[in-house]
Design a protein around this ligand. Structure first.
Ligand code: AMP
Ligand code: MG
Length: 348
């Protein structure tokens, strides 16, 4: 399959008649899959009403079929068509954070949605992305768009069109290239099918931001301690992983350097994922900086690109700094520890 790439760099002039967006929307209407930028990461979109279209997403990604997809809408009024029994607190969050990186899990309504989108569950994950290209594409396609991250299953999510091209060239109909995404980690997934809402996946909207609007919010036990089955099926799979194994290290710079030295003394080539502040303080075979410790959103924005860069380097292991688990640091650490398969070393 020939994968078309449309470069759409003139966001200011976007309109529903923008020719590239129209072509991409036409393909979506024809039940083809197209990747597009959102404010979090690139999504791989297909008509959420069509089994045929949605099946193509799972095939292109190599995604396990029991992992449901998030449905993207371009207007709040479309929510009623696919979800029901929406609690008041969900409306409060929608008023505050949509469009934005917040996915709400709600009871599914009617029979229009493909059952493959929801992996047979009676709930559906819905969000309205905060990106002009995503919104105009969904609006023009005129159907809800199922869209997981546009990477091969298991790899770091794409935050640039080149990442999508690398993973999915030849497997999908097209890529709308709108430059680098902003937030860099995926949406927060919040289960709203219960009396007290529960975070199933930390993401672009923090627990603190949710609680500021609606009060108590729980965190899925599976995110806090091992041995609990995650309520979000996707959280049980290995994710975000570069080719080399990843180890996350918490401690002083001296301790980090000791861990690096230990692996080098075993004959391994060591890559280090660090921050601007520490890039000149450490010695290793390859050092890749990813944002600033003083500005965690900048780490989130560059995290996946940083992890992907190691795949081009001759290294045997990646040692990563760790980050405070507060604000967006919660999402950063969740993704890093998944990439590491929970290989986490602390300084004693
Ligand atoms: P991705 O598409 O890569 O951003 O992943 C979507 C995440 O949302 C995965 O962790 C899914 O398991 C989760 N998700 C989507 N729909 C549902 C749902 N109905 N119930 C629980 N989790 C969901
Ligand atoms: Mg994903």
């Amino acid at each position: 399959m020939n994968t078309k790439v449309w470069v759409v760099d003139d966001r200011a002039n976007l309109s529903t008649s923008y020719p590239h967006i129209s072509q991409a929307a036409q393909l979506l209407r024809e039940n083809e899959v197209v990747a597009f930028p959102t404010e979090t990461v690139y999504g791989l979109g297909a008509n959420a009403f069509s089994d045929e279209a949605v099946r193509k997403i799972y095939e292109a990604k190599g995604r396990p079929s029991d992992n449901p997809l998030i449905v993207h809408i371009a207007s709040k009024s479309k929510l009623d068509e696919i979800a029901k029994d929406i609690p008041d607190y969900a409306y409060k969050l929608i008023n505050e954070y949509w469009p934005g990186p917040l996915t709400l899990i709600l009871p599914k309504k009617g029979k229009l949605l493909s059952t493959i989108v929801t992996a047979g569950l009676d709930t559906v994950g819905v969000r309205m992305p905060d990106h002009p290209i995503a919104l105009s594409l969904i609006r023009e396609a005129d159907v809800p768009i199922a869209a997981p991250s546009a990477n091969r299953s298991g790899k770091p999510s794409p935050t640039q069109a080149s990442h999508v091209y690398h993973d999915l060239n030849g497997k999908i109909s097209g890529i709308v290239d709108g430059g680098a995404t902003g937030v860099g980690v995926e949406s927060t997934v919040l289960d709203c099918s219960t009396a007290v809402p529960t975070i199933l996946r930390p993401g672009g909207i923090t627990k603190e931001q949710l609680e500021a609007i609606i009060g108590e919010v729980k965190i899925d036990q599976a995110l806090v301690e091992e041995g609990h089955a995650p309520k979000s099926p996707g959280m049980k799979y290995t994710h975000y992983a570069p080719n080399a194994p990843v180890v996350v290290v918490k401690g002083s710079l001296e301790f980090l350097q000791k861990v690096i030295n230990k692996h080098q003394s075993e004959g391994k080539k060591v890559g280090v994922l660090t921050t601007m502040e520490n890039v000149n303080q450490l010695e290793a075979d390859t050092i890749i900086p990813c944002g600033s410790r003083a500005d965690l959103p900048s780490v989130a924005a560059q995290l996946y690109d940083g992890l992907r860069k190691f795949d081009k380097e001759d290294i045997d292991i990646i040692i990563s700094e760790s980050f405070p688990q507060e604000g967006v640091g919660e999402a950063i650490m969740n993704r890093l520890l998944k990439a590491a398969g929970n290989n986490f070393i602390f300084e004693q």
